[in-house]
Structures are given as C-alpha cells and as structure tokens.
Design a protein around this ligand. Structure first.
Ligand code: SOE
Length: 381
C-alpha cells in the first residue's frame, strides 16, 4: 500500500500528539517535520524518530508530502494554512483556525477553490460517547433541547508563575480561555445538539492581572529552582475565567463557564443537556461513561461499548467495553476519517470531520463573545 506522506509543523504540546495519533493509522507515514529553525527541527526530528527535518518553506517544496498538520501557535495558523493550500497540500490545522474572521473566511474560500481536504482539530468530538449523544439526539431519544449547561475547567495556569505563549495576545489572539478551550465547548455543543447559537452575553475575568514570565526557556532551569530575578512581570489582559449566557435557534437557553485557574480540574469538559425526553450528562475526565436522566424511570449509566452504542458510533471505537479509550484516541479517530478523504483525493461533499468552515463558525462565536464582554451586553451571532 502506498502510504500518505505527512509533514507536521510545530512540535510543542499538540504536535507530538498529532504525530502519535497519525502513527497509529495504517495508511499514513509521518515523513517530515519543521520548526522555527533547521537546527531545532533536526533536534525534534531525532527525538521523535522522524526522518526528515525542514524549515517551513522547504517542507512545502517536498512534492511527496501530501498533507500538512499546522500545530504552531495561533498567530501562525492563517499564513501557514494558506501557504500549504497554495502549495497543493491537504491541511489539518489546530484550533483556532486563525486569529480573526477575515483570515478564516479567506481560508474557507481558498480551501473550497482548491478542493483540498481541510480540517480543524476539534478532536473532542471524537470521544465515542460525544458521537453517541449526537446519534441519540438525531434518533429523537433526547427530545427537544430545553437547556444546556457546559463547562471546561483546567488548572495549568493556576499560579501567577505559570506562563505560556497563550498568555500573549500577539501570539494567541485577544481571547485566551474562550478561544483556547471555549472553542471546543461551543463546537461540541452545536455538534451534539444540532442547535445554532444565536446570541451571547459574556463576562470575562482576569484573575492574575500580572504574571511572572521566565526570562529564559524554562527547560534551561530544569532541576534548578527559579529565583525572583529569573522572572519579569508581565501585564495580562486576556481572560483566565469566563461565564457566557447562550441563546439557541430553538428559542431555549444555555450557559458555559471556562477557566484555566480551577485547582484540581486538569482538563475537564462537562456537559448537561436537558431534553424533553431525557437528560444527557458527560465528563471528559471520565469519558467512557455517560449519565442518562429520566423523569419516570431509573436514571441510567451507559458505558462506552461497541455492542451498546448506535451502529454509526462504532466507527470511532477501537476497543471493547471496559478497555477504556481517551484523549489520544480522539485524534486517531478523527485522522482516520480525514485520511480516508485524503486517500480519495478531495474534500467530501458532507464531511464527518470538522472542517475549515467549522473553524470559521467557532471564530464567529468567539468574536461575538469577545464583543459582548467588551459591551457588557447581549450580542447576536
Ligand atoms: C491547553 O488549554 C490545551 O492544550 C488546549 O490548547 C487544547 O485544545 C485542549 O484540548 C487541551 O488543553
């Protein structure tokens, strides 16, 4: 079988996660990577066991590389995705697709014109029970959606000394928690419920209005305690925490809370979707079970099991019940669908995976949330 050769751009946190997921697919060969300079690219290629290392421009010149994964900080997504499409490469871009709507709109149009496969890594859709909730809703088992309560909580930015490029608007954009993890939450809510968000009322809070930025890359301090002189005070104006009221196109309501300073919540997306027949509740830190609430009968707990889920959910499950699947598996399952499209050579008419158009949709909602927070008023989406 001729494997599809892939190039990965950026090897911070999520780039290696893409590489690991891609290596689990039979029709893919992660043949190359690139980094900010050739020396670092070679170092990372050696660490990750990848044969070829390039600068970004040289990677795009490789005719045998058919697809590119953009895993760099947000501010690079637009220019790199555009260049890759223009070089004739299929593109899988990390969320958010771009830093603003105009960039995202241009990418959607360019991808459409080229016919190339285009995807955005909203991988949390691929927890099997997320697709199960979607299937049950489509089968009418949830009923009309009465209300939605969602949260996405983390604690990796809990201390004022926790620092990352996501704290810098020139690299991450004007929103942080909402754009970084709220985007997953808004995407999965619309994906599962089939509803469209029509209006938002947002209230942001920056807990640490100043943070301590290490003056050198943290790894140079490995094993050495940081001293006060090793930090610089940096003013922070992006949100650590946000509450957003939501209105949907069925006339009913929801609310989300996102935080990156919630001690003990490592990477927890929670949903409570109340319908006219049942309620669904699900927690990404215990992703292999979902709670089903009933008014007139026992409440139920569904365990992820290919024998128990709807038939069209089985394609995103690889292991029997009780053999738990988690975060790394979501990217494998998503890329399985994306690379079936790449094997066919073009974007499907009705993709099952999240596309640049979904990336645009998320940016639209996030920009309206930002506007609402600025105005402290309801804003239509
Ligand atoms: C950091 O908040 C982060 O790595 C996000 O950028 C990812 O999208 C999320 O899946 C996990 O947390």
């Amino acid at each position: 079988m001729q494997k599809i050769k892939v190039g990965v751009v950026g090897t911070g946190f999520i780039g290696p996660a893409h590489i690991e997921a891609l290596r689990r697919l039979p029709n893919v060969d992660v043949a190359a990577l690139c980094e900010v300079n050739l020396e670092l690219a070679q170092q990372k290629a050696n660490q990750l066991g990848i044969e070829r290392a390039y600068t970004f421009d040289d990677l795009l010149k490789q005719d045998d590389i058919q697809s590119i994964h953009i895993c760099t900080p947000n501010f690079l997504h637009y220019q790199q995705s555009k260049a890759a499409l223009l070089a004739g490469k299929h593109v899988i871009c990390e969320k958010p697709l771009a830093k603003d709507l105009h960039e995202a709109e241009e990418l959607v149009q360019l991808a459409k014109e080229t016919g190339l496969v285009n995807a955005v890594h909203f991988n949390l859709r691929y927890y099997p029970l997320a697709r199960q909730m979607k299937a049950m809703r489509e089968q009418g088992e949830l009923g009309d959606v009465y209300s939605i309560i969602g949260s996405y909580l983390q604690d990796w930015l809990f201390y004022e000394t926790d620092y990352n490029w996501r704290l810098e608007p020139d690299k991450s954009g004007d929103s942080r928690a909402i754009a970084d993890i709220g985007s997953h939450l808004m995407d999965i809510i619309e994906y599962i419920t089939g509803l469209k968000t029509t209006a938002v009322l947002a209230d942001f809070n920056t807990i640490h209005k100043t943070r301590k930025k290490p003056l050198k890359p943290v790894e140079t301090y490995s094993g050495k305690m940081l001293q006060p002189e090793d930090y610089a005070d940096v003013a922070i104006n992006t949100e650590d925490h946000a509450n957003v009221l939501l209105r949907f196109d069925n006339g009913n309501r929801g609310v989300i809370t996102v935080s990156q300073v919630s001690a003990g919540r490592k990477n927890q997306l929670k949903l409570e979707i109340a319908g006219s027949k049942k309620t669904f509740a699900w927690n990404s830190e215990a992703p292999n079970e979902m709670w089903i609430g009933n008014r007139d009968g026992y409440n139920e707990m569904l365990m992820r099991d290919p024998a128990l889920v709807h038939p069209d959910v089985r394609s995103v499950i690889s292991f029997p019940g009780g053999h738990n699947e988690g975060f790394p598996d979501t990217s494998k399952q998503m890329f399985k669908e994306v690379y079936a499209a790449i094997e066919a050579g073009k974007q499907p008419e009705n993709p099952t995976f999240p596309t640049f158009a979904d990336g645009y949709r998320e940016l639209l909602i996030c920009e309206r949330i930002l506007e609402s927070n600025r105005k402290q008023a309801w804003v239509e989406v």
